[in-house]
Ligand binder design. Sequence first.
Ligand code: ARG
Length: 596
Amino acid sequence: MKSTLVELSDRVAAAIVEVCPMPADQVDAQLRRAQDERFGDYQSNCAMGLGKRLGIAPRALADRIAGALTIADLCDPPEVAGPGFINLRLRAEYVAARLAEIPPAPAAGTDRLGLAPAESPQVVVVDMSSPNLAKELHVGHLRSTVIGDCVSRLLEFAGHTVHRVNHVGDWGTQFGMLLAYLRRTQPSVLERPEALRLDNLEEFYIAAKALFDADPAFAAESRETVVALQRGDADVRAVWQAFCTESLRHCHEVYDRLGVRLTDRGESFYRDRLAEVIDAFHSAGLAQVSDGATCVFLDGFTTRDGGPLPMMIRKSDGGYNYATTDLAALRHRVHELGADRIVYVVGVPQKQHLEMLFAAARKVGWAPDAFTLTHLAFGSMLGPDGTPFKTRTGGTVKLRDLLDEAVERARRVVENDAESGGRRADFDAVTIDRIARTVALGAVKYYDLSHAMGSDYRFDWNTMLALEGNTAPYLLYAYARIRSIGRKAGIQFDALSRETAITLSHPSELRLAKKLLDLGDVLKHVTVELRPNLLTDYLYDLSKAFSTFYDRQHGVRVIDAEPPALRLSRLRLCDLTARTLKLGLHLLGIDTVEQM
Ligand code: ARG
C-alpha cells in the first residue's frame, strides 16, 4: 500500500503530464505537508517553477493542473490559492478506510502498525558511543550513545541490517602511562589480570597523569611501555587486556542500564591493518612524506592562512594517527562487513576530521560514489547556565551518577499525587520504583533526542521531567492514560479487530486520525534525514491531538459514546494512538508503562 504522500504525489504528477508537454520522469509534484491546517493537509508548489519554465502564469497553470486531477477518492476538491499553490484536504472516508486497514498488534515482537520495511535493504554501520577507555563514561558520551541507538532502531525498523559499532579508544600513547601506573600500583595485575578492579577510572587517570608530569623516570617508563605494547610484549599486553576489560565492564554497566546494545570494536582491532593503509595511499600516489611524516593532501582543506592542510597518516616517529585507524576501520567496514553506508555519530568538533576521512576514502577508492558516508554531528550538552556541564566541584559528570539522580528525581514525580498534592496511595513501592526507572531513562533520552542534533542544549532537570510539554513524562503519561481508558471501558484493545469500522465525524476525531495516518510518512522522513527530533515532535503533536479528542469540552465522548458502533470506533482510535506512541517511543529507545 502506497503512503498517502506518495499516492498524492503520483496523482499530481499524472495531472501535470496531462496538462504540460513534458516527459513523465521529469515531473516533480513538489508535494509537502501544509504548514497551516486551515488551508488543507497537503500542498503542491509545482505550478510556480513549471509556470516560469513554460511561460504560463502560475496561477492559471495551477488551475489547469487542479482541473486535471483525478483525486476524488482521496481528497475534497482541490483549491488553488495565492500565486498558485494547490491545496489538498484528505477526505474523512479515505482516512478512516486507511486506518481501518491497520492489522491488529502481533502477540509478540515489534508492532509495525502495518508499515512495510524498505524495498532495498542495506547494510549500515552505525559508529556510536566510542569512548576512550582511559576515562569513565561521562555525559558527553550520552548523546552519541542515545542518538546512535535511536538511529540504529530507525534503520532496523526500516528493514536495514545494522552493525552498532563501539569504536572505543583502546590504543594509543596514553596507554603507556596508564599501564605503567597500573603495574606500579597494582603489581598483582600480572598474576591475576582477571581480578583487576578499578572502581574509579577517573581518579586512576588523574593519579597516573600527575605522576607522569612530576616524575621524569615514570614518564620515560611510560614511553617504553607504549613501545612494548605495540611490539606485542606479552606481559604488557596482558596488563593492557586487563585494563581494557575492566574499563569496558564499566561502560557496559551503563549501556545495560540505558538498554543499549552494541559491539565493541576498539581501535586496537585495526592495529595490524595500519601499515596496509599507508601502502594503499602510497601505491595510489596519494601519500607524500614531509619531515619524515606521511601525509595525504586533499582538495579543499586549508589551514587558517590558506595553505594546504594535510591529513597525517603516519608520524615522523613511525607511529600511526587517529586518522589512520579510522581509514583502516572504514575499509574494514566496506570490504569485510559489506556495508553500504556508515553513519558516524560523533560530536561537532570532529567535523573536519571526518570530512577529511571521507574525502580520503573516496580518493583512494574505498568508498565508491554510491556508498553513503554520513557524519551525524551533535552539539554539546551544557549545564543549566549554558556553560560546560560540570559537577558542583568542577569535575566531569559521570553518566552513572547522572542516571542515579534521574531515577531519584523521577521517583518524586511519580510518587506525587497530582490531585491531592500528597503521596499517591495506589502504587506500592515496587511499582513506583519500576515506573520511576522507566520515566527517568525516558526523560533523559527524550530530552536529548528532542533537540535539533547539531546545536548545543542546556541540561535542565525540571524541563525534562515536566508532566506537561514536549517531554517523555507527558508522552508516557498519555500512553498510560489511554491504556487505562481501555481498562475503564472494559474492553481488550487487542480484541478490536480490523472489522471494527472507523467513523470520523467530529473535527477533533478527524484531526487525530490524520495524525495517526501520518506515521508512515513521518518515519520515512525521520529515517532519511536521521533526525530523531522530527519523531519527538510528531509524537508530541499526536498526544496533543489525542488530548483534544478526549477532552469533554473540545472533543468527543468515548467510553460512554452512543451508539455502540461509534464507541468501538473511538476506542479503536484510542488503541491506534497508544500503539503509535508505543512504537514511536520504542524507536527512540524508550519503554512504556501501563500505568503512571
Ligand atoms: N574515541 C573518540 C573520542 O572519544 C571518538 C571516536 C568516534 N568514532 C570514530 N570512528 N572516529 O573522541
